[in-house]
Design a protein around this ligand. Sequence first.
Ligand code: URA
Length: 214
Amino acid sequence: MSAVATDRLIEVKHPLVQHKLSYLREKDTPTVHFRKIANEVTLLLTYEATKDFPTEDIEIETPLEWTTAQRISGKKVAVCPVLRAGMGMLDGVLSLVSGARVGFIGLYRDEETLEPVEYYVKLPNDLADRDAIVLDPMLATGNSSAAAIAKVKEAGARSVTLVCLVAAPEGIDRVHSAHPDARIVTASVDRGLNERGYIVPGLGDAGDRLYGTK
Ligand code: URA
């Protein structure tokens, strides 16, 4: 899949991702389509986020003969959506990684300070055996994503990959300075933030667009 990548940041430029992202950005896309496409883009980002999963050779018998095939080796995943907008990405991950455990991180953004406020955290208790995929659609200031990654790391996750639909450079810097070991996978690195902390050009408030609120 075509992607612009460094070790820690992957921007997925695949035409399908960019095509679908254009509908997420468009202000008149109805909720029912937005919700479906957000999961489709997440599925494609998950494909990229999992591309380095180690595989091992196994011997299997096809209807014709024995052959060597590859299976993912002992990979355990925990998917952790940041409530509420991250829930709009969960099905996209689970449709590819169906055995993943799911943790929930409840944070909201104080609209004045733009700082994250925690109200609910429930993570799998065997996180130390798992690689975590944190879902936060909009990497804006990076404060809530950095706080969510901190929670998952405190609980012992082996590695953390943040999957977001759109990222601002400010958020990427914030996450990477707080968590140099975290990977970010996104469909777009946008221009920046406006005076209200929204990503521009962005796609608006992801939670409102997913759930038809406001
Ligand atoms: N959260 C959103 O939902 N959208 C933004 O642009 C920034 C933060």
